[in-house]
Design a protein around this ligand. Sequence first.
Ligand code: ADP
Length: 265
Amino acid sequence: DLQIRLDASTKDEIGSLAVAINDLAVELDRFRSNRREFFANISHELRTPITYLEGYANVLENELYQNEEERQQYLQIIQQEVRRMSKLVEDLFELSKLEEGRLALDCEEVDVMEVVESAVVKTRMKAEEKGLKLEFHKENDLPSLYADGLRMEQILINLIDNAIRYTEFGKIRVRLTKESNNIMISVIDSGMGIPEEDLPFLFERFYRVEKSRSRELGGTGLGLAIVKQLVKLQRGRIEVTSEVGKGTAFHLTFPVEKRDENEED
Ligand code: ADP
């Protein structure tokens, strides 16, 4: 229940009230169209797998396949679409918690080197299966970060996973350095790159440069939106630079805070 007390008396005050109300109306409008777009996106994202599921379930039910091999292929498509839908639901759940500020971090002093190393180890096999090298360069004697180690790892796995999915040849480099009072982590690939005009929208929900390619690669279009929120929650920044045909680099920056020695957790 919104109650506005109108106690403006002078002409000036009434004028600024009118401006404030107008701004509110514009904001509300933006919020509504944002919400409309969001639900339209979700419906669209769900429609495609549902169409596949209906179609192939029908094929299997009516035994409309030539041989056992074909039957197996249809079953695999069904499984793949179910996985895609679960991933979408999982990502949506996570993003909604993040956007409403309901995701609690479990922060402590973490050894960034260990966190980045763990993300690299977990993604290495996928890179090598694709014939890509995954390199890890690190500076020695880095200070620890006050952060949620598991969430940090999730951010990195997500960026490395993207680098692998959108790179056909060459290598992916993960760099961990310290610059003034910041820890910098970069994920640099030699992949397809991203056109400059797409860069400003990259972290928006469901934004994809090439819809069909992302779909083929099992993407939900929510990964970077989640990453951005997780980075922000830990007082970090994320930036991207890219060149089509050359590759993409994501840079994370986290402030190393000087905590009071006597401060209790
Ligand atoms: P998706 O699930 O589609 O990968 P993301 O939110 O993770 O969604 O990424 C959004 C879009 O950004 C992708 O669809 C892709 O077009 C582009 N993208 C992300 N990472 C890279 C990369 N390393 N190289 C090229 N394009 C990328």
